[in-house]
Design a protein around this ligand. Structure first.
Ligand SMILES: NC(=O)C1=CN([C@@H]2O[C@H](COP(=O)(O)OP(=O)(O)OC[C@H]3O[C@@H](n4cnc5c(N)ncnc54)[C@H](O)[C@@H]3O)[C@@H](O)[C@H]2O)C=CC1
Ligand SMILES: NCCCC(=O)O
Ligand code: NA
Length: 503
């Protein structure tokens, strides 16, 4: 439940285990998207602050209290963080909703996921100890070889506003589990809960410099991180254009990056489904949860022609039944989008779709009862053709476009007709057909008879223009490790490649 009149903490930058004023002393207003009011402000880091944070991170790696910790020791910190997060769950969920417009129900679920993700990577940190050194038996007497798994070093974590604390945690938890020293740069559109993560780390006594949190604008704080010579890797979740900028900056230093970018994912519905309403609800959840601001949203509904009319009738009824309100209200299932910029962007997509000849079957207007706030009714768009912008581009709002198909071949072609490759969903009770689609979908994530359920044990990420690298699971930990081979010559004989010079 919401903590009414919750205090918005006023924080500085979290560097070297303490709160620190940004060098230039600038701050950025916090806007509540449900009311359009300024409810606080966050510090605005610049390149000077990035330098200080990177220095603190490198010192942490050099000190025994972080750089020489075992996975088991690091696991204790991760579990203590998880416990503190759960103690503050209601307050953090309320803050998350006030900052991002996310419904309180979803914010609370996010906080559970955040704590569970820290717990999960605590387990993996412990398990790392027995995998730190892995002998490789060459069956050669004259060599002894093994592989070492070591922390990669100082890592920059740049994250988006759609799941502010959860997306940050998907990167912070494994980075700390691996023993890296991290610098988190959350989105300026929603940073409150990430700063509270700093306070929690301070309270549990996380060694100084292990995690540093710099809020601020992308070009002012994110860009210097991407191009910093003493940052060893950048892990990014956000838009394609920004991913390209980060990758370009990192390329100058041959700095590895992982990019989790956008998507325009399909949900394919066959006429063999048993229960139409179950499929309709998955189609709704797949595109309108989190007000559609989800990189893996199945925002292209591809429905078999024989059930299209009945399916759309039911879809309309379910959509009209969605409660749109202040995100803190009980049973709210659609809040405002995150900002005025995002609101204008969604409206522009809708007007472009109309201008290109598509039909707005439902929605797209401001809800009558909500005079303030970046609210837009969920939108269903039909008469879409594959050359339209609404079919090709990620909206990152509650906008579902619809096309029909007759045959499997047509469905596969439509589903894969996108520059993105993050996720795909299929609704069918035909097991072999689902197998065929699992192989045919050109994405990193496949949902069968569902859309969106996300578990931190499984790899998350895509291909094509959705980026590369994986968050979550073992894969999410591996990306913060340096894999080192050690080869020792154990024979007493000379190598005998060159002729020994005569004395
Ligand atoms: N795939 C995903 O999960 C997300 C996709 N998006 C897409 O991106 C669009 C724009 O949203 P934004 O929040 O502006 O996303 P963005 O990609 O610009 O911002 C994401 C993060 O990158 C940082 N950033 C921005 N410019 C940077 C730069 N030059 N160097 C380093 N860091 C930089 C931002 O400060 C933020 O922390 C959305 O409309 C949506 O289509 C946005 C958020 C999440
Ligand atoms: N269900 C998690 C989605 C994460 C993302 O939108 O990036
Ligand atoms: Na905000």
């Amino acid at each position: 439940m919401a903590i009414r009149n919750v205090r918005i903490p006023s924080r500085q930058l979290y560097i070297n285990g303490e709160w620190r004023e940004p060098v230039k002393k600038n701050r950025i207003p916090i806007i509540n998207p449900a009311t359009e009011e300024i409810i606080g402000d966050i510090p605005a880091a610049t390149a000077e602050d990035v330098d200080v944070a990177v220095e603190a991170a490198r010192r942490a790696l050099a000190r025994d209290d972080w750089g020489s910790t075992t996975g088991a020791q690091r696991a204790k910190y991760l579990r203590a963080i998880a416990a503190k997060l759960l103690e503050r769950k209601s307050e953090l969920a309320t803050l998350e909703s006030l900052d991002s417009g996310k419904t309180l129900f979803e914010s609370a679920a996010d906080m559970d996921d955040v704590a569970a993700c820290f717990e999960y990577y605590a387990d993996l940190a412990e398990a790392l100890d027995s995998k730190r050194k892995t002998p490789v038996n060459l069956h050669l007497d004259s060599f002894k070889t093994y592989v070492l798994r070591e922390p990669l070093g100082v890592v920059g974590l740049i994250t988006p506003w759609n799941y502010p604390l959860l997306m940050a945690t998907w990167k912070v938890a494994p980075a700390l589990a691996a023993g890296c020293a991290a610098i988190l740069k959350p989105s300026e559109l929603a940073s409150i809960t990430c700063l509270e993560l700093g306070e929690i780390c301070r309270e549990v006594g996380l060694p100084p410099g292990a995690l540093n949190i710099l809020t601020g604008l992308g070009p002012e704080a994110g860009a210097p991180l991407s191009s910093h010579p003493h940052v060893d890797k950048i892990a990014f979740t956000g838009s394609g254009p920004t991913g390209v900028k980060i990758m370009t900056a990192a390329a100058q230093l041959v700095k590895p990056v992982s990019l989790e970018l956008g998507g325009k994912s399909p949900i394919v519905v066959f006429d063999d489904i048993d229960n139409l309403d179950i499929a309709v609800e998955w189609a709704l959840f797949g595109c309108f949860a989190n007000t559609g601001q989800v990189c893996s949203a199945t925002s292209r509904l591809i429905i078999q022609e024989s059930i299209a009319s009945e399916f759309l009738d039911r879809l309309l009824l379910w959509t009209k039944n969605i409660k749109i309100s202040d995100p803190l209200e009980e049973d709210c299932k659609l809040g405002p989008v995150v900002s005025s910029g995002q609101y204008e962007k969604v409206l522009k997509f809708i007007s472009n779709a109309k201008n290109e000849g598509a039909t707005i079957l439902y929605g797209g207007k401001r809800p009558e009862h909500l005079k303030k706030g970046y609210y837009v009714q969920p939108i269903i768009i039909t008469d879409v053709n594959t050359s339209m912008e609404i079919w090709k581009e990620e909206v990152f709002g509650p906008v579902l476009c619809v096309k029909t198909f007759k045959t499997e071949e047509e469905a596969i072609e439509l589903a894969n007709d996108t520059k993105y490759g993050l996720a795909s969903a299929i609704m069918s009770k035909d097991v072999e057909r689902c197998e065929r689609f699992t192989k045919a979908f050109q994405t990193g994530i496949i949902w069968i008879n569902c859309s969106q359920p996300t578990f931190h044990q499984l790899p998350w990420g895509g291909k094509k223009r959705s980026g590369f690298g994986r968050d979550l699971g073992e894969w999410g930990l591996e990306k913060y490790l340096n894999i080192k081979q050690v080869t020792e010559y154990t024979s007493d004989d000379a190598w005998d490649f060159y002729k020994s010079p005569s004395n």
